[in-house]
Design a binder for this molecule. Structure first.
Ligand code: C2E
Ligand code: MG
Ligand code: MG
Ligand code: MG
Length: 277
C-alpha cells in the first residue's frame, strides 16, 4: 500500500482504510472549510485539434490551494473524497463553477467545450442530472459546451443505474467522454450502450508511442474505431514532439498534454489562448 503522507499531525493520502477515524473527520472538516473559503480551484488544460491547429476545449482539473500545504493535486484528495462520499459536495460545486465560467467564455465569444471529471458516486442518484439541467438553463449555456468525463471504473458499481443517469445527462445535450480509455474493463460494452461523444486514450498508451510496438497498434485501432463510430478521439498525456508527430501522422483528432500546455488557472488560460499565434 502507498504510504500516507502526514502533515500537521494527520494523514493525507488515499489509503483511507489505514487511517484512524478522527483523521478522516479532520480531513473532511478541512475539505468543507476549503469549499467555504474557495480553496478549491479548477485549473484548465487545453485540448488541441490537430487538423485545424485550434484549441477546441479545455479540461477542468481540480486543485486545492491549501493555506499551509500549498497547491495540492487531486490524486491526494479526490480518492479520499470519493471514499468518504464528500465528492457528492464537491462535484455539484465544481459543476456550478464550471458552467458559470463556461457561460462567461461563451459570452466573450470563445467557442470552447469545457470538460469536467465525474465520479461513481455522482451517478448513483439523480442530483447531477437535475443540477446540470438547472445550471445550464440558469446561465443560458448551450449544453454541448459542457462535456462530462467518466472513467470506466466509474460505471462499475451499479452499471444499470449509472447508464440510466448518463443517458439522462446526454438527453440534456451535454457531451459524454470515456476517460482513460483502454485502462479499465468492459470499455467497448459501454461505448456500445452509451451515447458517448468522445474517447480519451489513456496516457499509458501514448507514452513512447513513437517506438512502435503494442501501444502504437492499440492507438491506431482506437483512432479507427472512433472514425467508424463517429466519435472524437483524444490522446492524453502528449509530452514530446515525437509523440505529437506520430499522432498527427496517424490522424488522431485531438491531443492534450504537457507538450501543448500544463493545466493552469482560468485567467492564465485566457491569456495563454490570447497569446497563441
Ligand atoms: P484525468 O482526468 O485522466 O486527467 C489527466 C491527468 O493527467 C491530470 O492530472 C493532468 O494534469 C495530467 N496530465 C496532463 N497532461 C499530462 C502530460 O503530458 N504528462 C503527464 N505526466 N500528466 C499529464 P491531475 O490534474 O493530477 O488529475 C489526476 C486525476 O484526478 C484526473 O485524471 C481525474 O481522474 C482526477 N480529477 C481531477 N480533477 C477532478 C475533479 O474535479 N473531479 C473528479 N472526480 N476527479 C478529478
Ligand atoms: Mg479527465
Ligand atoms: Mg484521463
Ligand atoms: Mg484518470
Amino acid at each position: 500500500a502507498l504510504a500516507s503522507r502526514r502533515h500537521n499531525g494527520f494523514a493525507f493520502g488515499s489509503e483511507v482504510a489505514d487511517q484512524p477515524r478522527h483523521e478522516h473527520l479532520t480531513l473532511i472538516g478541512d475539505m468543507r472549510t476549503a469549499m467555504a473559503e474557495n480553496e478549491f480551484v479548477p485549473f484548465f488544460q487545453p485540448k488541441l485539434e490537430l487538423v485545424s491547429g485550434q484549441i477546441v476545449g479545455a479540461e477542468a482539473l481540480l486543485r486545492w490551494q491549501h493555506p499551509t500545504r500549498g497547491l495540492v493535486p487531486p490524486g491526494t484528495f479526490i480518492p479520499f473524497a470519493e471514499q468518504t462520499g464528500f465528492i457528492r459536495e464537491i462535484t455539484p460545486w465544481l459543476l456550478a463553477t464550471i458552467i458559470q465560467q463556461s457561460a462567461e467564455w461563451h459570452r466573450a465569444g470563445l467557442s470552447l467545450v469545457t470538460s469536467i471529471n465525474i465520479s461513481t458516486l455522482d451517478l448513483t442518484g439523480r442530483q447531477l442530472v437535475i443540477e446540470t439541467g438547472r445550471l445550464l438553463r440558469e446561465h443560458g449555456l448551450p449544453p454541448d459546451l459542457i462535456c462530462l468525463e467518466i472513467t470506466e471504473s466509474a460505471l462499475m458499481d451499479d452499471p444499470e443505474v449509472a447508464l440510466r443517469h448518463l443517458g439522462e445527462l446526454a438527453a440534456l445535450g451535454v457531451k459524454l467522454s470515456i476517460d482513460d480509455y483502454g485502462s479499465g474493463q468492459a470499455s467497448l460494452g459501454y461505448v456500445q450502450r452509451l451515447p458517448v461523444h468522445e474517447l480519451k486514450i489513456d496516457r499509458a498508451f501514448v507514452d513512447k508511442v513513437d517506438c512502435r510496438g503494442k501501444s502504437a497498434a492499440i492507438i491506431r485501432s482506437t483512432i479507427l474505431l472512433c472514425e467508424e463510430l463517429g466519435l472524437s478521439v483524444v490522446a492524453e498525456g502528449v509530452e514530446t514532439d515525437a509523440e505529437l508527430d506520430w499522432l498527427k501522422r496517424n490522424r488522431c483528432g485531438l491531443v492534450q498534454g504537457y507538450r501543448i500546455a500544463k493545466p493552469m488557472p482560468a485567467a492564465m488560460f485566457r491569456q495563454w489562448l490570447a497569446d497563441r499565434p
